[in-house]
Design a protein around this ligand. Structure first.
Ligand SMILES: Cc1ncc(C[n+]2csc(CCOP(=O)(O)OP(=O)(O)O)c2C)c(N)n1
Ligand code: SF4
Length: 251
């Protein structure tokens, strides 16, 4: 027994609750990366998370620190208010693509433009998960969803929005990155980006956002492994991974 060493345990920043996410959904992996980061930065006592609408609406049940739930798309506005009133706290929002890039487009653009000193974790799974798989602003051209059964037609529905590219045109953001969690190498990179985003806020450098390409096996109608492959082969070419903005002092 004495020779045994702990190689895996639940982060202190996660509760014991079992998540409600579907089998193979990568929301759970991303929750864990956030919790591990918060443990490593030792900020559990001063972090405040904002849960969105969408499948992660219940995130407050899974994180073991203060959480606030925001109305549809309003998480960046709620995070702004909390951070301004409690500047010593570390404030982040956790938002899906329907919540962030459609319902709350105005909130995210203006929070970024203002350079609010908050962190946003943006989960891009190219679909509205919670409400049954409707087309999202991030659904790919040709992607079949409940509301685009023949595939997204750009002539009717426009082109999928590339949030990192769009926000990188603004002066406000200090750190913008797009990562993916489809394999171990990329999960590790995602963790590093999430940590940099939190550190950006801790150094008072301003707005940080990490877009995480995520899977929705249920609404994509795929086996979880097939879904990871689909993400890699279809989403990454349209949503290239990498850092879109990194202020010199954030590096
Ligand atoms: C103004 C408004 N628009 C839409 C909805 C319905 N709604 C609630 S959650 C949700 C889906 C959110 O999907 P997403 O943010 O992509 O997160 P996911 O479930 O995929 O993780 C929608 C459309 C609503 N309740 N109110
Ligand atoms: S519906 Fe999709 S995003 Fe929601 S929990 Fe299930 S797999 Fe995940």
């Amino acid at each position: 027994m004495e020779n045994r060493k702990v190689i895996f345990e639940r982060p202190r920043s996660m509760t014991e609750a079992r998540t409600h996410y579907c089998p193979g959904c990568t929301h759970g992996i991303i929750h864990r990366l956030i919790a591990e980061t918060i443990d490593e930065l030792d900020i559990q006592d001063k972090v405040i998370g904002i849960a969105p609408v969408g499948c992660s609406v219940l995130a407050y049940n899974y994180f073991n620190f203060d959480m606030q739930q925001a109305a549809h798309g309003r998480a960046p506005a709620v995070a702004t208010g909390i951070k301004r009133v409690l500047p010593d706290n570390i404030v982040f929002s956790y938002q899906g693509d329907g919540d962030l890039a459609s319902i709350g487009t105005a909130e995210i653009v203006h929070a970024a433009a203002r350079g609010e000193n908050i962190t946003v974790i943006f989960i891009n799974n190219a679909i509205y998960g919670m409400t049954g798989g409707q087309m999202a602003p991030t659904s790919l051209v040709g992607q079949k969803t409940q509301t685009s059964p023949y595939g997204r037609d750009a002539k009717l529905a426009g082109y999928p929005i590339k949030m990192c590219e769009m926000l990188s045109a603004l002066n406000g953001p200090a750190y913008l990155a797009r990562v993916s969690v489809h394999d171990v190498k990329n999960i590790n990179k995602a963790k590093r980006a999430i940590k940099t985003a939190f550190e950006t806020q801790m150094k008072n450098k301003g707005f940080s956002l990490v877009e995480v390409l995520s899977s929705c096996p249920t609404n994509w109608g795929m086996h979880p492994i097939e879904a990871l492959k689909w993400l890699e082969e279809n989403m990454i070419p349209y949503y290239p991974l990498g850092e879109y903005k990194t202020l010199e002092e954030v590096k």
